[in-house]
Ligand binder design. Structure first.
Ligand code: XIL
Length: 376
């Protein structure tokens, strides 16, 4: 580990926000405009100097220091990264990210203690032999994982305890080998939250998912509401809904799309906040679909769409921190996972592939400037 654990424990909470010292920025940095919230981004791990969206890439590091006082590891705190084998943890890459954040006075979110889908668990877990007492073996495995990871990073103020447990088509909960061993998805998810509360008593505990405001998300939103209601009924310690915010443009008329979509979306957010959940924007980016390849046109529509979305979100006093899923188009996961049909490179992030600010960055800055400051 790069930093001394005791040092971290002692200093957790005393982190100073960054000033906009990394310059080039036309304003105080997005974090400086966020009015009592933090602004942050996902960050990858890489070897020093690699052309990756990593803290170890000086060009990416510069963007982080310009705009962010909060970071989240894009992959390195997931089971697939931390658990090469059932009896082993590997914290090297996650520690390197946490070390960078610490040295720069940047806070961290944790993502994620349980990505509750078979395809996002390590292959060994889906094949694991839970033996003759699977419920207790499964519970022990999950408890050990959550306790070990939470205790390793006591500086983390907010954890995505459970990620994407709800199947978007029918709102049901996924099953994994682990949840079948434990007994049910609900028991597994509840156990993850209860264990996290005990192991990280000061942290905000978040259920994180990608239900969004676009059409065809109603089933997903319904499933998430049902899960959140269940938490309250069963007394499970969940503090906030992580609204991932992987947005999808619906065409050039961003304002029109926003008007159409805002009503159902507000109904959803009203229901969530009425159950006393806070909101966090955990993974904002934009899939520039239903738009021609022309970059200027896509950037305009994307920026307008983000602005309209953030205006709705910032209307909720329950909205806390805001994070984008990557600062710059060059490294976005979307080109690999959901490429554009015409093969044009996607433009999902605040900065373009040459690290220049785009209209989306200005839209975020304007939305933050216009928002009421967060009540203390
Ligand atoms: C993605 C990463 O960006 C990719 O690099 C990785 O291969 C797969 O996961 N929702 C989440 C994130 O909660 O963890 C996902 O990140 C994006 C969607």
């Amino acid at each position: 580990m790069l930093i001394d654990r005791r040092e971290l424990i002692g200093l957790a909470g005393a982190l100073l926000p960054l000033s906009a010292r990394a310059s080039g920025s036309p304003d105080a940095g997005l974090h400086g405009l966020a009015g009592g919230r933090k602004f942050g981004s996902a960050v990858a791990w890489s070897e020093a100097g690699a052309d990756r969206g990593s803290f170890a890439n000086p060009r990416y590091d510069r963007l982080l220091r310009t705009d962010c006082n909060l970071l989240v590891a894009e992959n390195e705190m997931k089971w697939q990264a931390l658990r090469p084998a059932p009896d082993r943890f590997d914290f090297a890459r996650a520690d390197a990210i946490a070390g960078w954040a610490y040295r720069h006075g940047v806070a961290m979110r944790g993502h994620t203690l349980l990505w509750h889908q078979p395809k996002w668990m390590p292959a060994w877990e889906e094949r694991f032999d839970f033996g003759t007492r699977p419920a207790s073996r499964g519970a022990a495995m999950l408890t050990q994982h959550v306790e070990t990871v939470c205790r390793r990073y006591p500086q983390i103020e907010s954890w995505d305890v459970v990620n994407e447990a709800v199947a978007p088509d029918d709102g049901s909960l996924y099953a994994t080998a682990l949840s079948r061993a434990i007994g049910s998805a609900e028991e597994t998810i509840d156990l993850a939250f209860r264990t996290a509360r005990a192991a990280a008593p000061g942290a905000q505990l978040v259920y994180n998912d990608y239900m969004s405001w676009e059409p065809r998300n109603a089933g997903h939103r319904g499933g998430v509401l049902k899960l959140l209601e269940g938490f309250r009924r069963r007394g499970v310690p969940v503090d906030a809904l992580g609204v991932q915010s992987h947005l999808v443009t619906q065409g050039a008329d961003a304002a029109g799309a926003a008007r159409t979509q805002a009503r159902d979306w507000r109904d959803f957010l009203d229901a969530v906040t009425a159950m006393d959940y806070a909101l966090v924007i955990t993974e904002l980016d934009v899939r520039d679909d239903h738009l021609p390849a022309d970059p200027a046109l896509r950037d305009r529509a994307t920026a307008d769409y983000v602005r309209a979305y953030l205006d709705v979100m910032l209307d909720y006093r329950q909205l806390g921190d805001i994070l984008v899923w990557g600062m710059c188009d060059r490294y976005s996961w979307l080109d690999g996972f959901m490429p554009r049909r015409d093969g044009a490179k996607r433009r999902p992030c605040p900065y373009d592939a040459d690290f220049q600010p785009k209209p989306m960055r200005a839209a975020i800055a304007d939305a933050l400037r216009s928002a009421a400051p967060r009540p203390a």
